[in-house]
Ligand binder design. Structure first.
Ligand code: GDP
Length: 654
């Protein structure tokens, strides 16, 4: 069998395959091209065993071991720091963490992520796994560099286009939570969609278009956080105009300032929509005052910031706001090249149960057609179906048009650039070079169903209206003591619970908690689909009470291994497919039937099985004590060797 074919089967590169073989006890030479046909199955088996062993060792590390000296043989990860980029190859990550790559793969596998050592995982996943292993994770500058690269790539792709065709403005609505972004987007959609039927659609594709004065305006309607993310990474290249929503009764808040920072960094034309003016506590002047304090002086105060009072609830001033959007857009003289192959940015992406991977792309140049071959990040494909934002089949999509695409092999990452490649040869070559980057979505899709594994850690993702409260909640939660059960905050952040949060929660078996944020129907649907628990609280002690109860519940699932005795293997009598007959001497405690068995070699756990028959002096017995020789049947992976130590233990659940 060819080495390359075998490596491919094991999902590693040939080089890695050859490098790893000696570790597994095979010496076929570093330059071997072929493997003996008899040896190949042995290599495959050893390879799989190594991965299984890594996963099992990790598992054992989580179980309470009692009744012996510390025999865990697992290196306890001390708190170390690592810095990782947006994506990292598993092998490199293991090196950074100074861990055997098999161990890291085991940890990934346990989280449902089936990757080989040469595949990439994204930053969020790497962080979760690394933190699980006791590491503190920092984001490397590379991530920023990568973003810059994407930005440059998009710039490049767009720069050589002939911007001759007028295009609708693309508008993003930003602002602090609860200031009325959703309400405003709803109000605009409800009153300005020509096709009234479409106004009532529930399907969310992350953007919609309205007609005002016979002109189209595209609104990005991504959940707050995603919009931010997209804005940060692709900035002014996605949107042409921003509407900064500020509630007149609440003034400038942390996320308002964050939005202003993004707008300014991207030099994005914007309008301040002073919302909720119907409220008694509304104070427009106060908002203007606060804006002036951050150097955003309103027009009527002698500055150049357009402020427009509205009530999204009462639909007051919303129409004029659209006129202002068109005015600002006209000042920018928006143009794009509508001919030629399409370039766009992914604004939404998920795996739909019936449709498979689905993404929404905002076309930025050219025309996207059914049948187009494209590359987006590390995913390639051919457009099978295009659907407009009302979910109607579309033939093509012009610049500034949001369109849902089907025909993806994997769900792409939000913010990624989609590029249509018309030349078949070029497409083939480019698709070939794509590495198997695993996005969070794919990871979720591949998740194993290991939900009922006993664990005494409750993973949480906390989102709140202000970062301070998320931090306060985390602190209070970590102080909760319920026997050995504890909480682990996998992620905390500002703003709504997003699709990404739900996907992270799926991959890590976490519960998503929203504090002082409002429920989102779409998120609720996704969470239900993925089996993620989402809890919302407004009062901290209620949150603590709930979590305490959950900790009590998981505590009862704790696994305890009580060591009963040890035996040194002196002889192997028979090796079957899933059992062995062997003999040895009891060196500590006693060997008891029934019990479970851990097999140790050179201090490392190799496998776990259980005892079948037990004999002493050729008689069937139930117990053999220290100092005596015993013969026994081991049920499990038949990999025991002479010299191995068997540990007999009892497994209980507290
Ligand atoms: P978002 O978090 O910025 O998307 O805020 P929402 O659009 O969800 O609005 C938050 C709350 O403020 C909801 O209860 C809305 O009904 C309410 N709201 C939004 N706009 C207005 C408004 O113009 N007037 C009043 N009175 N309430 C509003």
């Amino acid at each position: 069998m060819n080495v390359t074919a075998l490596a491919r089967q094991l999902k590693v590169t040939t080089q890695e395959f050859l490098e790893k073989l000696p570790e597994l006890g095979f010496d076929i030479g570093a330059r071997a091209i072929k493997v003996d046909d008899k040896l190949a199955p042995k290599i495959i088996a050893a390879w799989k065993r190594a991965a299984k062993k890594a996963a099992m060792q990790e598992e054992m590390g989580k179980i309470t071991q009692i009744g012996t000296k510390d025999d865990k043989n697992l290196d306890k990860a001390t708190q170390k720091e690592i810095t990782i980029p947006e994506t990292i190859i598993v092998k490199d990550m293991a090196e950074l963490m100074r861990l055997p790559v098999a161990r890291l793969m085991g940890e990934l596998m346990k989280n449902g992520i089936m990757v080989s050592l040469n595949e990439k995982v994204d930053f969020d996943t790497a962080t979760i796994i690394a933190e699980d292993l006791g590491f503190k994770v920092n984001k490397s500058d590379e991530e920023i560099i990568e973003e810059e690269n994407k930005r440059e790539k998009l710039n490049k792709l767009l720069s050589n286009r002939n911007t001759k065709d007028a295009k609708p403005p693309v508008v993003v609505v930003m602002g602090h939570v609860d200031h009325g972004k959703t309400k405003l987007l709803d109000a605009i959609r409800e009153t300005n969609v020509i096709d009234q039927e479409a106004g009532g659609i529930t399907q969310h594709i992350g953007a919609y278009q309205v007609t005002k004065r016979n002109r189209l305006i595209t609104f990005l309607d991504t959940p707050g956080h995603e919009a931010f993310k997209a804005m940060r990474s692709r900035g002014g290249q996605i949107a042409d105009v921003a509407i900064l929503v500020v509630a007149a009764d609440d003034g400038l808040q942390p996320q308002t300032l964050e939005s202003i920072a993004v707008i300014q960094k991207e030099k994005l034309p914007f309008i301040v929509a002073i919302n909720k003016i119907d409220k008694e506590a509304a104070d427009i002047d106060k908002v203007k005052q606060q804006l002036s304090e951050v150097n955003l002086v309103p027009e009527d105060w002698g500055g150049d910031v357009v402020c427009h009072p509205i009530s999204a609830k009462k639909n007051t001033g919303v129409e004029d706001l659209l006129d202002l959007v068109l005015l600002i857009a006209d000042m920018g003289d928006l143009k794009a090249d509508a001919s030629g192959s399409a370039v766009g940015t992914i604004i939404e992406s998920h795996i739909n149960k019936s449709e498979g991977p689905v993404a929404t792309v905002l076309v930025q140049a050219g025309t996207l057609n059914i049948g187009d071959m494209f590359i987006v990040g590390n995913v390639s494909g051919k457009i099978k179906t295009l659907k407009d934002w009302t979910n109607k089949d579309a033939e093509q999509a012009l610049p500034a048009t949001p369109v849902k695409i089907l025909g993806l092999k994997k769900a792409p990452v939000i913010g990624e650039i989609l590029e249509v490649i018309t030349d078949k040869k070029e497409f083939k070559a480019k698709s070939k070079n794509l590495n198997n980057y695993q996005s969070q979505h794919q990871i979720t899709a591949q998740k194993k169903n290991d939900d009922d594994e006993p664990s005494n850690t409750l993973n949480l993702i906390i989102k709140s209206d202000v970062l301070g409260s998320a931090e306060a909640i985390e602190e209070a939660l970590t102080k909760l003591t319920v026997a050995d059960a504890k909480v682990k905050v996998i992620k905390k952040g500002l703003g709504q619970i997003t699709e990404t949060d739900i996907l992270s929660a799926t991959a890590t078996n976490a519960i998503a908690i929203g504090f002082h944020i409002k429920k989102d129907k779409n998120i609720q649907i996704l969470a239900e689909e993925k089996g993620v628990i989402v809890l919302y609280f407004d009062i901290i002690y209620k949150l603590l009470e709930d979590i305490e109860e959950r900790l009590e519940n998981i505590r009862s699932k704790k696994t305890i291994h009580k060591l009963l005795g040890k035996l040194e293997v002196l002889a192997i009598f028979k090796t079957n497919k899933a059992s062995m007959i062997l003999g040895g001497k009891v060196t500590e405690g006693k060997v008891v039937k029934p019990s479970k068995i851990k097999v140790f070699r050179n201090g490392e756990i190799e496998t776990v099985g259980e005892i079948g028959n037990l004999q002493a002096a050729k008689e069937d017995v139930n117990e053999v004590v220290e100092g005596t020789e015993a013969g026994l049947e081991f049920k499990g992976d038949p990999i025991i060797q002479i010299g191995d130590t068997l540990e007999f233990f009892e497994e209980t659940y507290e």
